[in-house]
Design a protein around this ligand. Structure first.
Ligand SMILES: Cc1cc2nc3c(=O)[nH]c(=O)nc-3n(C[C@H](O)[C@H](O)[C@H](O)COP(=O)(O)OP(=O)(O)OC[C@H]3O[C@@H](n4cnc5c(N)ncnc54)[C@H](O)[C@@H]3O)c2cc1C
Length: 447
């Protein structure tokens, strides 16, 4: 039994506050809500909470915006949630150095917009950029559409301000673009899902906004042909900044949500964007590749038209969520195996009778097979979960991974040994003990 929660200043214990932070967007519903939530306003709130948690041996689940898809931020009785969304200031933008210093609760799209005022951009752009926080992106090592060219969040994080489990403050990494002093603790904490430390600040890299952007949408008879075309773009040594794939099940959901008629153009679409000087020539080269198998394609350099083409992809997950309860998978495979992966997902759907839609960051080989069940159905057990597990198995068979960008969280932990092997998993637990000897930071998640 835990000590009375009231002993921690700022701990909210009313049912509505506790219920509001019990889970994320994964579809996982914890059996009980957490004991309470602290809404951090500054670093001192975080330090005080972690000192208290250490003293009382109480687990702390750090939370950004709760948009995670692996139940990494879900919390239950006996745990306290540390909500970082209120620490949301952009502290510095240094245009000459092309870096920004931010608090963790800043929304990703807000940082990108602020950088834009200086002719710069923040490259990692999860499809949730308008609703997820930089702290959550760092903790999950989030990817996104532009990561095909610019890399995932880890590539953009130069240094971190952390509060350790016992309340000590440490700074890792650097303010410079290069730097190799000591072990790369910044890289280790990125993607650690709140299990090693609480991120209270970050120095991130910005990049010059591209001078030219060209966008293309290509329609195909079926998703396997579209996936093969995506692999052909990579094999042709082209490097789009965005290379996204949307299948027929998703197109139907998008049509229903947006009143479009994309499904009538074919059973899958690829949306491709090239940027930088020569973007127009590069998109023409992409057109030559997709033209071999597409039923139709068109390209544009008009920003409004480009937004419209990309809107199909951005609308995909909300549109599928509108059709039922979903579990969004996140496997990644070698880019040459993309067609094998979508074919395998289709076979799993046919075999199990479970509806699975597929959208993919095809440029990275990162697929999101989306398991859809009727509203009120369960996605984390029963036939839907069996189908999800078959997809994990498929990813490993193809030489891929369980998770390209969403993290392991709570839901994929049972599969981790199969991917990492026992020795590697043991090493990860050893590392966890160095950072968090009492095991109070997000226990049962990530590893
Ligand atoms: C519609 C939709 C589209 C999405 N598209 C993408 C996509 O394209 N790419 C992608 O990668 N993800 C995507 N996601 C998933 C999700 O948005 C990301 O995982 C995001 O990084 C989570 O950020 P958050 O602020 O919501 O974190 P939360 O969900 O609150 O937390 C996620 C994890 O981070 C930890 N955490 C949060 N803040 C901190 C902190 N300050 N210090 C330490 N640990 C912390 C939590 O404990 C938890 O383990 C999508 C989600 C939705 C709903």
């Amino acid at each position: 039994m835990n000590p009375p929660p009231g002993t921690l200043t700022g701990l909210l214990t009313d049912p509505a506050s506790r219920a509001a932070v019990a889970t994320d967007r994964s579809g996982h519903v914890p059996a009980t809500p957490p004991d309470g939530v602290v809404r951090a306003r500054d670093v001192e709130d975080v330090v005080r909470t972690l000192r208290w948690a250490t003293e009382h041996r109480t687990p702390v689940v750090t939370r950004g915006a709760g948009t995670g898809l692996a139940a990494g931020a879900s919390a239950h009785a006996g745990e306290v949630v540390l909500d970082m969304s209120g620490m949301d200031r952009i502290l510095q933008i240094r245009p000459d150095d092309q870096v920004a210093v931010v608090e963790p609760g800043v929304l990703t799209a807000d940082l990108d917009a602020a950088a834009g005022e200086h002719g710069l951009f923040y490259a990692p752009d999860p499809a949730s950029a308008a609703i997820s926080t930089i702290g959550g992106n760092i903790a999950t090592n989030a990817g996104g559409l532009r990561c095909a060219k610019y890399g995932v969040t880890r590539e953009a994080v130069l240094g971190l301000d952390l509060v350790l489990a016992d309340g000590r403050r440490v700074r890792t990494g650097r303010q410079t673009v290069k730097g190799v002093a000591g072990y790369d603790l910044t890289g280790l904490v990125v993607g650690s899902e709140g299990t090693l430390a609480v991120v209270v600040g970050a120095t991130v890299r910005l990049r010059p906004r591209p001078a030219e952007v060209a966008t293309l949408a290509a329609h195909f008879d079926d998703v396997v042909t579209a996936a093969a075309a995506a692999s052909a773009i990579t094999a042709a040594r082209l490097q789009p900044s965005v290379l996204e794939l949307v299948d027929s099940v998703t197109l139907e959901a998008v049509d229903a949500a947006r009143g479009s008629s994309l499904r009538s153009l074919g059973g899958a679409v690829l949306v491709v964007q090239c940027d930088g000087r020569g973007a127009g020539a590069e998109i023409d080269a992409v057109g030559a590749v997709v033209g071999r198998s597409a039923t139709t394609w068109r390209s544009t350099t008009d920003p409004a038209e480009a937004d419209d083409l990309l809107a199909t992809r951005r609308a995909a997950l909300p549109a599928l969520e509108a059709t039922g309860d979903v579990f969004i998978e996140d496997i990644s495979v070698p880019r040459s195996r993309l067609a094998d992966a979508v074919r395998g997902v289709q076979a799993i759907s046919a075999r199990t009778g479970v509806r699975i839609a597929t959208v993919a960051h095809a440029g990275d080989g990162n697929l999101h097979p989306v398991v859809v069940v009727e509203r009120g159905g369960t996605v984390t057990e029963g036939p839907a979960w069996d189908a999800a597990c078959a997809v994990f198995e498929l990813a490993l068979e193809l030489g891929g991974t369980l998770t390209g960008e969403h993290g392991v969280g709570l839901l994929k932990r049972t599969w981790l040994r199969a991917e990492l092997g026992q020795d590697c998993l043991d090493l990860q637990h050893d590392l966890k003990r160095v950072f968090d000897p009492l095991g109070i930071l997000n226990p049962g998640k990530g590893i």
